[in-house]
Ligand binder design. Sequence first.
Ligand code: SF4
Ligand code: SF4
Ligand code: SF4
Length: 181
Amino acid sequence: MNGEKKKRIIKNIKIDVNKCHGCRACEVACAAFHSKPKYSSVNPARSRIRIVKDELNNIFFPIRAGAYTKSECTGRQTYVIDGKDYGACNLCNVSCPARDMFKEPDSGLPLRCDMCEDDPTLKEPVCVQWCLVDALTYEEREEEYEESPPIEDMEIALDDVVQKYGLDKVLDGLARITKKS
Ligand code: SF4
Ligand code: SF4
Ligand code: SF4
């Protein structure tokens, strides 16, 4: 009763921090692409990629918006490097109540990188296209996964169990399992 093996494409953007020089073209491109109508405005606060920077030390770090969480995490650490404080939030890609990053500035709704899903599909996400120094590179890989058995298969299996043990025993067993959990 195993599920059918299928293939899906996993999309990723690799980041090379050493190549990023903080030009913010990726922010601008992302914000413009996601404005409505497309390319009608540019507000980097709406971008799903942001550059965290420490200009004095020539450090630029692109972060893509990830999942939304309702609560900020606790026990955040602070690091002191060369006498400068770094909070754990700096490199976090989550949209959470602790800060304004990755929130739509007008509505406050969370923003998340959608890999520039479009119809027709883009060859590469726009942030990658506009990163002229290849600090961002797009890659795809194929992954095999097992699809859950269709409902009809489960019904056939359940029928077999009921025929073998009787409906009462099956219901008893289910009641016990439900109590335990
Ligand atoms: S932004 Fe800060 S508080 Fe929010 S999830 Fe990330 S690390 Fe935790
Ligand atoms: S992949 Fe698209 S949505 Fe995601 S950060 Fe880049 S431009 Fe924005
Ligand atoms: S476009 Fe490339 S180099 Fe410029 S800030 Fe974005 S990641 Fe860095």
